[in-house]
Design a protein around this ligand. Structure first.
Ligand code: HEC
Length: 426
């Protein structure tokens, strides 16, 4: 093939891929949100520049390459292969070019703390390129579902066989996260078109769509069901919290008094009250489930930015302080807080967090590889592991029906299952 023909070939592949990858819309904070600027930077000269200039700028600007963590050849190969499909020879050239000009940046290796707990990781690469798979959940029948926000799809994985299916939603839905209701139906937060919707996990058909009922409510983000089957969800950019009763269709949205609070992760406590992390302010909120009155707790340091939080069985709140690299604890009865610096330090960007049998699990999203951290609240001790693919970022975690942990790597289109032995949970 002539060079021109090769470039045409690549471009054709890319156009096919790009048509399914809508542009980013969520401005990210430190640690890599899914929507960083897409300006162009001048790529350095060298063999491979031409291919990168053609192949890599269909979905985003070259600036994303320049600001990335940087990788060795294998690292770039792994990352790029989840975004574009290149013939072998071109992939080698591209990986060599990127590793030469954008090598691994120093200081991003996690500080891993040893310990007695043995866990195991299994990861799968999902089919559609550039979709940025995220937010996996597992149903009681063991099937795993995820959302591919940039591909506007919901995926299904049978972990026993590795078989996957992908259900395309309308291109503008761009589901940010998915959750399951008590009957195992899957709900998506339509971040792109201001909807929440339900799909049947067997047929993949959309069975209900609820549109936000106030004009400036645009971006459902993260959601959770309470025990009565009411859906609670955050709208980050709209600065709102929503409550939907699916049986009646009753939808109510409240705007937060704190400006630019950027409500993010949301959980329900044992009494049915939602707890919300603020990604734009050093606060955590809880709502009265009937009146939706908001009560805020201010954390000790102004620079704190909390992506997500999780609750122990006694409703103690643990939060992942993305802004300052800390793990925090809030006693909901007294308002007393305590914070610990995460093992990899103040720049480690803790992000997703879960609790399994009163043990806290979270990730350090700025490290390469991304690290999974276990924290025992009784002994106040940490243990941590590198996530095997580790090209970044676990943005949300969930607990499987049998008490294991579902994770993902959105940059590299991976879904992961972390098996935690029963003895390690208490
Ligand atoms: C099919 C669409 C698509 C193509 C083509 C594509 N990417 Fe991406 N890539 C994405 C999306 C979507 C993101 C996330 C964008 C955002 O965060 O705004 C991304 C993000 C990235 C990032 C940041 C990863 C991170 O989270 O740290 C890097 C680096 C990157 N791409 C490199 C490349 C390179 C190199 C190529 C060409 C070989 C390429 N991309 C081609 C879809 C694509």
């Amino acid at each position: 093939m002539s060079r021109f023909a090769r470039l045409l070939f690549v471009t054709a592949l890319l156009c096919a891929a790009a048509s399914m990858a809508p542009k980013a819309q969520e401005p990210g904070g430190r640690g890599g949100g899914q929507g960083r600027g897409r300006g162009q930077v001048a790529l350095p000269d060298g063999p491979g520049k031409e291919i990168v200039s053609t192949a890599c700028v269909t979905c985003h600007g070259a600036n994303l390459i320049a600001v990335a963590a940087g990788y060795d050849r294998q690292g770039w190969r792994d990352l790029v292969s989840t975004m574009v499909r290149l013939p072998d020879e071109q992939m080698n050239t591209v990986a060599q070019y990127l590793a030469t000009h954008f090598p691994a940046k120093p200081g991003r290796a996690p500080k891993l703390l040893p310990g007695d707990v043995q866990i195991s990781f299994k990861e799968w690469v999902v089919p559609t390129l550039g979709q940025r798979s995220r937010d996996p959940i597992q149903l009681a029948n063991t099937m795993i579902y995820w959302t591919g926000q940039f591909g506007s799809l919901i995926g299904e994985l049978n972990p026993a066989t590795g078989r996957m299916r992908e259900f395309k939603l309308a291109a503008d839905v761009r589901p940010h996260s998915i959750i399951a209701d008590a009957s195992g139906q899957i709900w998506y937060m339509g971040n792109g078109n201001g909807t929440v919707g339900r799909i049947d996990p067997v047929t993949g058909q959309t069975t209900a769509v609820y549109r936000m009922n106030v004009p400036n409510a645009t971006d459902p983000h993260s959601g959770v069901f309470d025990r009565k089957g009411t859906l609670w969800f955050t709208l980050q950019q709209s600065n709102m919290i929503g409550r939907l009763v699916p049986s009646t269709g009753d939808l109510k949205l409240v705007t937060l008094a704190t400006q630019n609070a950027r409500p993010y992760g949301i959980r329900i406590d044992s009494k049915g009250a939602p707890w919300v992390a603020y990604n734009g302010s050093n606060k955590i909120a809880t709502l009265d489930p009937i009146t939706m009155t908001v009560r805020e707790f201010v954390t000790p340091v102004p620079e704190t930015r909390i992506r997500r939080l999780a609750l122990l069985s006694d409703d103690t709140v643990f939060y992942a302080d993305n802004g300052r690299g800390s793990l925090g604890r809030l006693d909901p009865k007294t308002g007393v807080m305590k914070e610990w610096v995460s093992p990899s330090g103040p720049a480690s960007n803790p992000y997703a967090i879960e609790v399994i049998d009163d043990i806290v699990w979270y990730n350090e999203s700025n490290q390469r590889p991304d690290a999974l951290v276990r924290f025992d609240p009784r002994t106040e001790t940490f243990q941590s592991w590198a996530i095997p693919s580790g090209y970044g970022i676990v943005r949300n975690m969930s607990v499987s029906p049998d008490g294991n942990l579902l994770i993902h790597q959105s940059s590299s289109n991976r879904i992961g299952l972390v098996t935690i032995p029963k003895t390690a949970r208490k």
